[in-house]
Ligand binder design. Structure first.
Ligand SMILES: C=C1C[C@]23C[C@@]1(O)CC[C@H]2[C@@]12CC[C@H](O)[C@@](C)(C(=O)O1)[C@H]2[C@@H]3C(=O)O
Ligand code: AKG
Ligand code: FE2
Length: 343
């Protein structure tokens, strides 16, 4: 993956140091068929970057195209019509406000529960053709959930977990708490103030669409159009842009998977910046277990380390904590045992 700009953090947007740089995110080709090769690559990527890309993923183009078309159709509506699907509490349409604790960004979004009944109910306030919207969303969810299961099974295999469907069972459970998020980042022209009259003169600064955070769930599968904006934070807060690839899924480890692997897999902070002239559209499937699932480190992840880094918690406990905090807070720290450090 080519990276054209690296931005230092946590300096506020607008006063950041811009460094030239490049990084290649590991690319997993699911058409390779050599399972041990794919699972080893995935495990190494999750340990080092918490992120990887998947190509030849098997999610059919038509399913993606239908979802993207419905998403575009919704965001193109007048604001008053979109607001009929809101406010996001947490599900529904949200514009600029993220969560319940004062976070904002240059983004509008639809947050959807993935249960078929919930989708068909919601569709009525979202689309003029609710059954078309509902079928596009359900088809997409089914396909990405299948892909998520395949990736989770490969992870279990690569980690040497004997029950290789241990992770994937959590997200195929009828009570799984997985969600789908459709994001639209409208173009935000870069303001270049007059350097002679304004002390805050700057160039090359893109506004924040979705601020820095880690994803709370097990695994996120993100698909975007060909407009960049996603950045990941590696090496003590240096921001690396991820090049957009509409044919790939960008996959990242969530906090729950970091806890279950006892810190071996990393739930890495990321953010999305707006583009100065084009709309970025992204859709994220957040694979989550049922609310009552008890999250603990797997026994295989304790050998060598001896003890678990986090106190056991249920996904319901974790979600409650996440929603009581700001977007950029490090939620997993609340469950970290005293004195236990990540390797
Ligand atoms: C500020 C918030 C928005 C968020 C819930 C939270 O209180 C903290 C976590 C946020 C996040 C980040 C990843 C996903 O986009 C999301 C849907 C999630 O599960 O956790 C959002 C939440 C949200 O937008 O409701
Ligand atoms: O739109 C993007 O690229 C990132 C979105 C994201 O991180 C999220 O929705 O949690
Ligand atoms: Fe995210």
């Amino acid at each position: 993956m080519a990276v054209d700009m690296v931005v230092a953090s946590p300096t506020p947007i607008g006063s950041e140091k811009i460094i030239e740089g490049a990084i290649e995110l590991p690319v997993v080709d699911l058409s390779l068929g050599e399972r041990s090769e794919m699972s080893n690559l995935i495990v190494r990527a999750c340990e080092k970057y918490g992120f990887f890309k998947v190509i030849n993923h098997g999610v059919c183009e038509e399913i993606i195209a239908k979802m993207e078309e419905e998403s575009l159709r919704f965001f193109a509506k007048p604001i008053t019509e979109k607001q009929l699907a809101g406010p996001a509490n947490p599900f529904g349409y949200g514009c600029k406000n993220i969560g319940f604790n004062g976070d904002t960004g240059e983004v509008e979004y639809l947050l959807l529960n993935t249960h078929p009944l919930s989708i068909s109910q919601r569709s009525k306030t979202i689309s003029n053709d609710p059954s078309k919207f509902s079928s596009a969303v359900s088809g997409y969810i089914e396909a990405v959930r299948e892909l998520a299961c395949e990736l989770l099974d490969l992870m279990a295999e690569g980690l040497g977990v004997p029950d290789t469907s241990l992770f994937s069972r959590l997200i195929t459970d009828a009570d799984s708490d997985s969600i789908l998020r459709l994001n639209h980042y409208p173009p935000m022209p870069i303001l270049c103030k007059d350097k002679d009259t304004s002390p805050s003169y700057n160039t090359n600064t893109n506004r924040v669409g979705f601020g820095e955070h880690s994803d709370p769930q097990i695994l996120t599968l993100l698909r975007s159009n060909d407009v960049g904006g996603l950045q990941i934070s590696l090496n003590n807060g240096v921001w690396f842009p991820v090049s957009p690839d509409p044919t790939a899924f960008c996959v990242n480890v969530g906090d729950v998977l970091q806890a279950m692997t006892n810190g071996r897999f990393l739930s890495v902070r990321h953010r999305a910046l707006t583009n100065s002239c084009e709309s970025r559209m992204s859709m994220a499937f957040f694979a989550a277990p049922p609310l009552n699932t008890r999250i603990t480190a797997l026994p295989q992840m304790l050998s060598g380390v001896g003890t678990s880094l986090y106190r056991p918690f249920t996904w319901g406990d974790y979600k409650k904590a996440a929603y009581s905090l700001r977007l950029g807070d490090t939620r997993l720290d609340l469950f970290r045992k005293q004195g236990e450090e990540l390797a």
